[in-house]
Design a protein around this ligand. Sequence first.
Ligand code: SAM
Length: 391
Amino acid sequence: MVFKPKSTPLYLSGLFFFRNSKRFLRTISTHCSAKYDEENDSNHEFRNQQHHLYLYKSKGQHLLTNTRILDAIIRRSNIAPTDTVLEIGPGTGNLTVKLLEAAEKVVAVEIDRRMVDVLHKRISDIGLQDRLHVICNDAMKAEFPRFDLVVANIPYGISSPLIAKLVYGGNSFRSATLLLQKEFARRLLAKPGDSEFNRLAVNVKLVADVEFVMDVSKREFLPCPKVDSSVVIIRPKNEIPDVNLNEWCAFTRTCFSKKNKTLGATFKQKKKVIQLLKLAETTCSMRENALVGHNYECDEYNDGNNEEEDTNGEDSFASSTSDLELNLFKEKIVGILKKGGFEDKRPSKLSNEELLHLLSLFNQAGIYFHDHVKPNDSNNANVDFAAAYVS
Ligand SMILES: C[S@@+](CC[C@H](N)C(=O)[O-])C[C@H]1O[C@@H](n2cnc3c(N)ncnc32)[C@H](O)[C@@H]1O
């Protein structure tokens, strides 16, 4: 039987309706004319003309409408009836309704006030408003209350910083089931030696395990995006290696700055040698000051992670440093790489254990990558999670 769309306009609530038939979904999608109005809208908005609802591409507003997939996400998330679930980007609430059926409470963080209004109305209509707490804010700025799990179809534009915020931001939770752009999910799941292996995977793997759940076709969203998606589950590890996380993130940033170059080539660059020498001297003087009880402020130094900001400081530092000093320091670096057998290795082929070993060799030799390393700074209390992600 072929579904024939009614000629009457589809109301906003049409975006809530679930159908298992893909044919129906495609028909709905065409019929509701959530269309990409490129001629009239240079801001690339999707425009639902009948309902005056604009779905912003820039906010990643692609609503997941297939019940079968929503149910599979809920099933794989292992939600207990006592759980508080954090949902980032609830939109009109297709997933939120199902989360509320499975969990005790849902905390939803949504940036778009119009979506929040629609969500409140929808959840009140089914009488579940007491168990929903909505925070109308940017998920990257919001402070998350306590939660047990994350389950979300997130806006893909914030995938990297959001994952860094979750796994490095000091929250304690069991797992995060996330719908991500397929290519991004592949990068997150990549292993050493895979062509997609990168710093994001390395940083996430240090503190969490990532499991692939399923691919989701772009046809399951309204309006249809250009890319396919995948669901993954991220589970924070119970035990993480004893390493300063800020130091680790700065180290992997250096190693993967040219991920297909050998570590020897990366570390021998003059700019890198100057940067590390400056950090080594800073750290050394910080330690000396700490020993005599001084309070030190490092405002005059950059964090070593922003290469552009570093340039000025390094120029003046370089001009006050002799070539001999620089060469000696470069030899020290190369000696460490050789000692560990890393000089000809490429970072994209190294396991986290190997990278941790190299970092410990550097640190033992007084070479640091993050400029706030203090003698006993091992509790990682203030991890700069923003430094952990790759844009
Ligand atoms: C892909 S849609 C998902 C909607 C809904 N969860 C679903 O599956 O149908 C992403 C949602 O995230 C919201 N959003 C976009 N950027 C955000 C941000 N920085 N913080 C919080 N929410 C955001 C959008 O307004 C949109 O409602």
